[in-house]
Design a protein around this ligand. Sequence first.
Ligand SMILES: *[C@@H]1O[C@H](CO)[C@@H](O)[C@H](O)[C@H]1NC(C)=O
Ligand SMILES: *[C@@H]1O[C@H](CO)[C@@H](O)[C@H](O)[C@H]1NC(C)=O
Length: 253
Amino acid sequence: MQPLLLLLAFLLCLRAEAGKIIGGHEAIPHSRPYMAFLQIKTLFEKITCGGFLVREDFVLTAAHCRGSSMKIILGAHNIKKRESSQQVIPVKRAIPHPDYQLKKAHLNDIMLLQLKKKAKLSDKVSLLRLPTKTAKVTPGMVCSVAGWGSTGVKKTTVKLHEVEVKIQTDQECTLYFRSYYNESIHICVGDKNINKSSSQGDSGGPLVCNDVAQGIVSFAKEDGTPPRVYTKISSFMRWIEETMRSFKLQGPD
Ligand SMILES: *[C@@H]1O[C@H](CO)[C@@H](O)[C@H](O)[C@H]1NC(C)=O
Ligand SMILES: *[C@@H]1O[C@H](CO)[C@@H](O)[C@H](O)[C@H]1NC(C)=O
């Protein structure tokens, strides 16, 4: 089968996240200075994703956001405006997890993007802390997710929105997603009984718990109902650290 057909077959049952934040509200401008807006060109279309700055020259996002050409906007609130705080930086190198495969897009959906030049850190552009390898989120914990949520086809949200979401038990997602859910690399998020909790940011955006990035928006059921599945960052810390270490922080540009 052609890769496109495989992708379409996959998307029939699971949908990579792209919807806007639902039930949330506009974020206080620049209250999440680690947020990155990703503009992506793929073979077929232009898409957008979320991501977050984890080193001056690295953004973390979902692997299914990969495109042939990618540009990152840091320091943004309204992505349709040219705000003076914005830094627009092309991607030098996209590094999806080596075990990520398009036809199994629900597995290892994590990607590092090396920036062409270092971001200038300020009160509007800063890093988000990554978890330790042994970090755990527990059911009932309240975290938050943010995103611009615009897609090529749907209505766009030009200002950053955010919403609080609750961590669910692994059983909840196993029931819902069957073998697509793997508790060692996934986090189950969003109460199925609360519309607000079903809200979600763009693909690639961070699930933030106590100021630490614990998850990456990955996939949900086709109809978008919660719970939804996030990539569990702590399970990939070794890969993240090794990859970033292999690309030393460059000196001043
Ligand atoms: C879940 O993911 C882990 C880590 O990638 C893997 O070792 C394990 O085999 C997976 N489990 C299932 C049931 O696929
Ligand atoms: C959630 O929102 C959708 C669409 O806005 C609505 O159709 C549905 O009835 C709501 N469900 C609950 C439980 O509030």
